[in-house]
Design a protein. Structure first.
Length: 332
């Protein structure tokens, strides 16, 4: 991964961003705009996003002109937000990477944006907030929950055929569950007449997912598939199916394609997953810093969503190794 903290110089003064999203909202929530709705309302952003995505996939390029002013980058991690925001406002770094729940902490983000000295990158969110700015953050970056969940819905439909009954296992009540499980549910409803037989909120907790799955399948096995909204949920469901001797009878997806999911797919415990190209995020943030330094901020998209690849039990070892090399091309 290109390391943002190794970028030591700045070419010119940074100008606060003034662009922002069109006034459309996500389905069922007035606080943020789903990525597809945002792109439909802002057609220029689609072209920017495509060009930026190509840049992320290319090899790293040196800065196009010499620079001699140090760049300061602050990263706020969970648990450090209160003391760190005050430090950011005092020290006025050039860039702030905010890795927390942007909906919950948008008041803190607004304070930094309003101060006007620091470019803000919001990590792990790809749905622009409706009441944040101006100025807007420099970049929203992550792996879009909606994109991944639509890919999973389409794969479930491909496998299940015309008629199916299914269940949804959400995480905790909130943003991620809505964007993953809610998007999945809407996609299935829009494209099929499948019956939704059960829904559970189990947190991102393997034990709770296992217990819920034992409760469900212990009395009713008439399900074609289960949508799992996270890795731990998928493992919990497969644990229960194994105990009930139902592995392979009910299709279960993963979410994200981490090492434990890939192992479970190889062991025929999980059927398929969307694998995040992990280092896309770090590269995108580094490129946004570089483009700002080189006066190309107008070419940075408001939102960047990293790429996914579908992995299932038929994916060859060679192909999987190729995907792993790509996903972790800087951090491995």
């Amino acid at each position: 991964m290109r390391k943002l903290l190794n970028i030591l110089t700045l070419a010119s003064a940074l100008i606060a961003g003034s662009f922002g999203p069109a006034p459309v909202v996500a389905q069922g929530d007035q606080q943020f705009i789903e990525l597809e709705a945002f792109l439909r309302a802002n057609p220029d952003e689609r072209g920017k996003s495509a060009a930026f995505a190509e840049l992320v996939q290319k090899a790293a390029m040196p800065l196009g002109r010499p620079v001699d002013t140090p760049v300061t980058v602050h990263i706020i991690y969970p648990g450090l937000q209160e003391q760190t925001i005050g430090k950011v406002l005092r020290e006025k770094p050039d860039f702030l990477i905010f890795t927390l729940d942007a909906l919950r902490h948008k008041g803190m983000i607004s304070r930094v944006l309003t101060a006007g000295h620091t470019k803000v990158i919001l990590q792990n969110i790809t749905t622009p907030l409706t009441d944040l700015g101006p100025p807007s953050p420099l970049l929203y970056v992550g792996f879009d929950h909606g994109v991944g969940s639509r890919m999973l819905a389409d794969e479930h439909i491909r496998r299940a055929g015309k008629n199916a009954r299914y269940a949804i296992f959400y995480g905790p009540v909130g943003y991620v569950s809505e964007m993953r499980g809610g998007t999945f549910k809407r996609r299935i409803s829009a494209l099929t007449d499948y019956e939704l037989g059960a829904e559970y909120y189990v947190g991102f907790d393997r034990t709770r997912a296992r217990k819920a799955a034992l409760d469900l399948f212990g009395t009713d096995t008439d399900f074609s598939f289960v949508f799992a909204a996270s890795t731990d949920i998928a493992h919990g469901i497969s644990d229960a199916l194994g105990e009930l001797d139902l592995l392979g009878a009910v299709t279960v997806n993963g979410w994200g394609g981490g090492s434990s999911e890939l192992a479970a797919i190889r062991n025929h415990e999980i059927d398929f997953t969307v694998m995040r190209m992990n280092d896309d995020n770090g590269i995108a943030m580094a490129e946004a810093v570089r483009m700002t330094m080189e006066g190309e901020m107008h070419n940075i998209p408001q939102v960047y969503s990293g790429a996914f690849s579908m992995v299932d039990q038929t994916t060859s070892d060679d192909m999987l190794e190729t995907l792993i090399d790509r996903a972790f091309r800087y951090s491995r």
